[in-house]
Write a protein that binds this ligand. Structure first.
Ligand SMILES: [Zn+2]
Ligand SMILES: [Zn+2]
Length: 223
């Protein structure tokens, strides 16, 4: 039985606010011993497509972080684009219709478009209970509490916008061999707490400041 690390939420430079290309993200993921990463760019799957062309032993889980009216909703296991700015309930439905696995990321991080308490009744497949980029770590505690109350499956992710932050948070699963994307998602959905654990840390202040500076350069060009 292998213990496999999965970072289920991160961004490549195809997100307007993220910095590094898929190739560098994959290199960093391999260096950090991740078995799989979910590429969840904002409202686009271009990063997923590019990552699939890269040579890497790291499994790419296709995904997208969609801007719904009330906040962010993630679809995993799909490489189709879901139109933003619909209601959260409609977004969940569209992701499910496309065959995706719905995750509510950072539900109680109101500074970063968490959907809030409606997470309880969206019928999502999982709640993200550990997000490294939160500015208010208590929001992770609230997310954990919600997942427990509604008996939801859980995920975790670095929400990295820089390659150096990949793997800051991850899901740990116990599994024989090399599970496929579908198998990974079904293990998470199984809610077997002995098989699925979350671990990780909050992103450092140093890295947050670096990201803001690089983001500024990306938008306006170097000074
Ligand atoms: Zn988000
Ligand atoms: Zn994100």
């Amino acid at each position: 039985m292998n213990q496999l690390k999965l970072d289920l939420h991160l961004h490549t430079w195809y997100s307007t606010d993220a910095i590094d290309p898929p190739s560098l993200i994959l290199k960093m993921a391999a260096r950090k011993g991740l078995y799989a990463i979910a590429i969840t760019d904002h409202n686009t799957v271009q990063g997923v497509k590019r990552a699939r062309e890269c040579k890497s032993n790291v499994v790419v889980i296709p995904g997208i972080e969609v801007d719904a009216k009330e906040g962010h909703i993630i679809g995993l296991g799909i490489s189709t684009e879901i139109k933003p700015w619909r209601t959260a309930a409609e977004t969940v439905e569209l992701i499910k219709d496309a065959g995706g696995f719905v995750v509510v990321p950072h539900p109680f991080d109101y500074m970063r478009r968490g959907v809030g308490t409606i997470a309880r009744r969206l019928g999502a497949d999982a709640i993200e209970v550990l997000n490294s980029k939160t500015n208010t770590p208590f929001s992770n505690t609230l997310a954990k509490r919600l997942a427990k109350n509604i008996k939801s499956a859980v995920t975790a992710g670095s929400d990295a916008h820089l390659a150096e932050d990949v793997g800051n948070a991850y899901v740990l699963i116990q599994e024989k061999g090399e599970p496929s994307v579908d198998r990974i998602l079904s293990i998470i959905a199984s809610k077997k707490h002995d098989k699925v654990k979350v671990a990780g840390k909050i992103t450092s202040l140093r890295s947050r400041v670096r990201k803001i500076a690089l983001q500024r350069m990306k938008r306006k060009g170097p000074y």
